[in-house]
Design a protein around this ligand. Sequence first.
Ligand SMILES: [Zn+2]
Length: 213
Amino acid sequence: MQDLIAGYQRFRAGRYSEQHRLYSALEAGQAPATMIVSCCDSRVDPATIFDAAPGNLFVLRNVANLVPPYETRRGHHGTSAAVEFAVTGLKVSRILVLGHAACGGVEACLKHDFTAGAEDSFILNWMSILQPARDRLMGERKAAGLDTAGEDAQLALEQAGVLQSIDNLATFPFVQDAIRDRGMTLAGGHFGIGTGKLSLYNPATGTFAEVPE
Ligand SMILES: [Zn+2]
């Protein structure tokens, strides 16, 4: 724990000391305008990437930044619960799904044979959310003579996963209501870890474009 304690002590002396009034005011409540769905990956911290202050971002992190489709069966739907709270409780103005380079969850999905049936791994069960998009994308890439297992295929599936999650978000009735009634928006992005560059999805072109620095 020594590294964590040392980090905490730096936080107390540094950021907390500078922002203690903000922290104190935020204890009364939060009103972030943005929800970000990001990966658990230790290299992709939304607060760092967007240089965000406490209270700015409502962040949900899970394996491969996925949102499952709306489901009515009972279960422990942690991701859906966070989306529900952000949309109906906090009334965020936008939800950004943020994918990233070299995503281990996406790589597992790319390489796994889901035809074997029920999965006994939590990760593979979770990543099966992306299986229809993977099968469609890899079918298209194969037909176009593009690789289906290398770096380009991985990037393509990372981006397809972001779009799949946006489509899944739009299946939640309260998300549909928020889009219609108060103009909430859904957006997609991708962070290149090694380059440190952010790309955003442009629905007009159907591509991810780098954000100017
Ligand atoms: Zn990841």
